[in-house]
Design a protein. Sequence first.
Lengths: 274, 283
Amino acid sequence: MTHRTTRPQPLDVPGILLALALSIVIVLPLLVVGVWAFTEIWRYPHVFPQQFGLRFWAQTLGRPDVWHALRLSLTLATVVTLASAIICLPAAYAFARMRFPGRDILFFSFLAGHAFPRFGLLMAIAAIFLQLDLIGTFWGVALIQLVNTLMFMIWIPVAAFQTVDRRMEEAARDVGAGPFRVFRSITLPQAASTIAAALLLTFVGTFYETEGAWLIGAPGIRTMPVLMISFINNQMVIQFGAVLSVMLWVPSFIALMFARKVIGGNAFAKGFGG
Amino acid sequence: MLGKASARGLVGLLLVALPVSLVGWLVIWPIISAVQRTVWRASPDGAGHFDLSSYVFFFSDAYSLNNLSLTLWTTSVCAALLLVVSLPIALYLRFARGRLASYVQALAILPMFVPSVILAYALIRVLGPNGLIDLLLNAAGLPKLRTPYLTPWGPVIGLVWDNIPLTVLILLSGLGAVGNSAIEAARDVGANRRQRLWHIILPQITTSILVALSFAVLGIFSAFTLPYLLGPASPEMMGPYMQRTFRDLNDPVGAVTQAVVTFGFCIVFGLFYVRSVARNQGK
């Protein structure tokens, strides 16, 4: 499309309209939350906050339930990410590189979870967990979050392993490298960045997972999003929710920066069937 | 003795055994068991019998039916709005280049990185009573907004917001397959913008539109967080209804019945979605 840029550009009216509309609809609500987090007094009908300050940061950070939830969410996200890496990465390698009976059917079985409305599926799982006494336990929540990460941690790494140049692997094997050596020195380094992005997205996705945590975990297991729900429902102090939102959004922002590479490509939308 | 090829095949099977059995245990088994436990009850004498009473209750209970119709209404309104909002964005992104286009793309994808709890909180602060819109209306001397918060429109706004990124991405990937040459040829023979959209572009992205809609329907039909936080307490959407039946009313059979009903309403979309993903992957 380089020849287009040489012509003088007419004013991009639809672009300006879209940019404006999206700025108002997407950015403004988030901005309001950001402002609330640093506001001490903002009473109706003042259009702008009357007093800014960090008083509510101190109060929010002084709450033991916030620290407890933060620690729990980080532990949970770490455990689920590690577990799905250990479970899924070898399998992804096998799907990408090996031939075995039933390979295609088994590969597409990971899609099964996506053919059903999500919360309905969680409900069906919860009914099983009820019999197994997993309701309200850490491992119950970890297992239900694993359901969300399984497909993602298989499909993205499979794509990553498939892009590794086979000829390089074969060349290494020709000069006498064993299969593990080939994997460690050739395959893994080339697939590493995509896999790292997948791991990061899994971690962040698990950190924010709300529905499974609420359905299986409440009231005993209170992750950050579950705590946030109770802040919203009880409406005690507006700023608590705002401060928590800003804190919660930090990992998301890091993920956004890292994931641009994975999501920018068409591959991501293709994975969703586009 | 095993041959080398079949030994390698065995290793492959062993490597995938764990995640595949997890899918079996945590996805496929719960679905089978959900259907089974809602149609088959154990009798006191130990034998089981066929029993559809929980479905009979669901489809004769006015409250359940209200919840179901609210869910159907919300899903169809959201799907229609999503298409109306996302198609222009995707069309613009397909043909535009430059910094403004990257800005529009970045904003259209941003909601993917905003957790629904934060979104719910933000929308309450903007659209809720005495929220930002009320402040601005009041400053302009206008009457207050009839707030959509805690009405059926609350979840609609939130769910559309939340689903814009994936809809745009799926449509955009479909538009990528529409060749420039076909569009330019149509322009050369005098087709105007609308004709080019209607006769050249839309027929080629019908599948993408259907995939995007299926994906949205599957997500919205049983949505929980946004309807729970932004929607009315009664009637409620299927997601909050199931959760309340399970946790507050302690009625797992009722909740699972509701889940199976949502499966039934979404099965067509689910199968279509899986088929197109599988096809795409096979290419």
